[in-house]
Design a binder for this molecule. Structure first.
Ligand code: FES
Length: 174
């Protein structure tokens, strides 16, 4: 393959385990965080655990934190990095950190938008890919970088990016 790949650590957990982790996070963090940033931190944690913010999880957060659900919805919909819909079968995280940006992440992002015909924060109609922005993925030496699921792909060009997407499409047909 033309791109450079590494594998990131992934975790899999049952729904009950994820909920327990979220509750523990809320309980442990509540004492330390400033109230204004606390809810955002909790929503980040929830999205990390679930891949998006399901309605029932936001209800749970509301109950745990004693905050109206409507307020949580307001915060979740205000920030573009929170997703209220399930991710695609393959989640593409494009790094828009400084090192990647100066080495062409903008062109990679445009190639992804053109090829997938979706914008950041959206899922392709067939449910195969979702596209999300990321800050530094910790692989600046390989910039520009995208992570697809748990794999880092580096030293990308727009052409290589499209080839990579097509590889995933071919694998899905097997
Ligand atoms: S800025 Fe993209 S991996 Fe560090």
């Amino acid at each position: 393959m033309a791109t450079t790949e590494t594998t990131a650590k992934t975790t899999s957990a049952t729904a009950a385990e994820r909920l327990a982790q979220l509750k523990t996070y809320i309980a442990e963090t509540q004492e330390n965080e400033h109230p204004d940033s606390f809810l955002i931190a909790v929503l980040h944690k929830a999205q990390e655990l679930y891949g998006y913010l399901p309605v029932e999880v936001m209800d749970e957060v509301a109950e745990q934190m004693g905050i109206p659900t409507a307020h949580i919805w307001g915060v979740a919909t205000f920030y573009h990095y929170f997703s209220l819909t399930p991710p695609g079968q393959h989640v593409i995280s494009i790094c828009l950190g400084t090192a990647c940006y100066v080495r062409g992440a903008g062109q990679i992002l445009q190639a992804l938008k053109d090829e997938l015909k979706i914008d950041v924060g959206e899922v392709t109609p067939d449910g195969m890919f979702s596209l999300q922005p990321a800050r530094c993925l910790g692989a600046c030496g390989l910039a520009p970088v995208v992570m697809i699921d748990d794999k880092i792909h580096g030293e990308l060009t727009p052409k290589r990016m499209v080839q990579l997407i097509n590889q995933y499409r071919k694998q899905a047909k097997k």
